[in-house]
Design a protein around this ligand. Structure first.
Ligand SMILES: Nc1ncnc2c1ncn2[C@@H]1O[C@H](COP(=O)(O)OP(=O)(O)O)[C@@H](O)[C@H]1O
Ligand SMILES: [Mg+2]
Length: 460
């Protein structure tokens, strides 16, 4: 394929045109290459971190497989695929936009104005017009949530430009930075109005009714245990619990001076573990060839400013995963915040007790990524967590301290969260109430089981 005749989509990162995505429309819906702009290659070293650890800065065209045909899959289309929603939301959005299934390039051209991290996709030659911020358009939360089955992520017809990964139904919102009595709290996100919150309504029916209550409680327990975790709250929208998560990849800037009265919002870049190692989001589980904790620890070692602190934070997140009975902590649910060429672990997100929503398994539930090669939650003890971290190079005594503090913090945090969310645990919907209560019982059991396991001697 000749890059001169390829179709292009410009990738902007926090207001800067950093790269182009290329595809051959005659051959595939998927992009086959990514080319950093001269501005980037002139200002950053070859190999520097910019869009993704799997797409290091280069003057050369980054292709899926250097020697493969253009239809081969690889880091370029895996990175792109992770920016799109999955399952039903993806199919509905493709259908609404008249796109063929799997047309990731076309999807981002239409919906790629506000994504995970700081990227925005624009037709070549277009520039985000930062001088004009559109007039705020209010969002009616109940109405938008009611429209999600038809208009995923935006909640309104003709509101294109928003994309976010994951399976669960969700709505992107912007909290008006200077909301007053006459300006509503929630407004519609846009290219120049980054979304600030992710809103997840609890399912109305099915096996996961009550899951957002489990998520709110788990996230509260994490913060109680002093683990860096996204801020979340549960709100009542017409009797339905709705989780509101504050985006950690957004920054609010207060008015610059006395003359400008409005705050502004900017985007911070992030990527998932799957994107960082260049695997498809469909391979997010380790048992399907997905990434390992050792790979994440290695990324923090090579790109982190304080790798020791980052690895301790990672160990705390992994310990909490086991202590809460979360089987869903896969390669799309760990992430890196990328800034000025270095990487930090993102705050924890999408953490919930999931075992309460799965069929009973006397042999124990599987875990998404294996600590010390243990593939079931029940097999992971304090010893395995410490062994995992010592393989990354953390001293055993440091690892033991992190593991023990996390377990006791989580146990106390579950109690605190249970009191905080008591009214939702007494929900008038019998299925929601019993599922949410079972989630609390199961997180407590997992945490207490883990606390009772033996510790490895510090120098083992
Ligand atoms: N608080 C947050 N701040 C920024 N990005 C987030 C936050 N929570 C989730 N994300 C991003 O949104 C994606 C989907 O959210 P997630 O809660 O994982 O949904 P799902 O339950 O559908 O997997 C995540 O993979 C991550 O990229
Ligand atoms: Mg997720």
């Amino acid at each position: 394929m000749n890059p001169q005749t390829a179709e292009r989509l410009a990738i902007w990162l926090d207001g800067r045109h950093v790269a182009d995505l290329l595809r051959d429309p005659r051959a595939s819906h998927k992009p086959y290459g990514l080319q950093y702009t001269d501005e980037i290659t002139d200002s950053l070293d070859t190999g520097a971190l910019c869009l993704s650890a799997s797409l290091p800065v280069s003057r050369r065209l980054l292709v899926n497989k250097p020697k493969g045909g253009i239809n081969r899959t690889g880091p370029v289309d895996h990175w792109v695929a992770a920016l799109l929603p999955e399952g039903e939301a993806l199919a509905i959005m493709e259908n609404n936009a008249g796109l063929a299934r799997g047309d990731t390039f076309g999807f981002l051209r239409r919906f790629g104005h506000d994504c995970a991290g700081a990227v925005a996709f624009l037709p070549p030659g277009d520039t985000p017009d930062t001088s004009s911020v559109p007039a705020p358009e209010p969002v009616d939360l109940a109405e938008a949530i009611g429209q999600l089955p038809y208009y995923p992520i935006a909640g309104y017809e003709h509101d294109d430009g928003l994309s976010l990964g994951g399976f669960q139904a969700k709505l992107l919102l912007t909290e008006a930075p200077d909301s007053t009595a006459d300006l509503p709290r929630w407004i519609k996100p846009r290219l120049n109005v980054p979304s600030t919150h992710i809103c997840k309504p609890d399912p109305i029916e099915g096996t996961t009714v009550g899951l957002v209550i489990s998520e709110a409680i788990a996230m509260h327990a994490l913060r109680f245990a002093e683990i860096d975790a996204a801020h979340t709250q549960l709100v009542d929208v017409e009797g339905r619990p709705v989780l509101l998560a504050t985006r950690f990849d957004r920054l609010i800037h207060p008015p610059a001076d006395a003359d400008s009265h409005t705050s502004t919002i900017s985007r911070l870049h992030q990527e998932s573990l799957c994107q960082a190692v260049g695997v498809a989001p469909t391979e997010r589980f380790q048992r399907f060839g997905g990434p390992t904790y050792a790979q994440l620890a290695e990324l923090l070692l090579s790109h982190g400013l304080d790798p020791d602190a980052e690895q301790r934070a990672l160990l705390a997140q992994i310990t909490a995963t086991v202590a809460l009975g979360n089987t869903d902590a896969h390669g799309c649910n760990y992430g890196l915040l990328l800034r000025d060429g270095s990487a930090r672990l993102t705050p924890a997100y999408d953490v919930a007790n999931t075992t309460a929503f799965l069929p009973r398994r006397p042999e124990g539930h599987r875990i998404a990524i294996f600590p010390d090669e243990k593939d079931r939650l029940l097999y992971v003890g304090r010893k395995s967590l410490i062994a995992e971290a010592t393989q990354w190079g953390l001293p055993a005594s440091d690892a033991a301290e992190v593991v023990d503090q996390t377990i006791s913090g989580i146990i106390a945090g579950i109690t605190d969260a249970t009191n905080h969310y008591d009214s939702w645990l007494q929900s008038s919907d019998p299925e929601r109430r019993s599922n949410a209560q079972r989630a609390v019982e199961q997180m407590t059991q997992h945490a207490e089981r883990l606390a009772a396991t033996s510790e490895a001697p510090p120098n083992s």
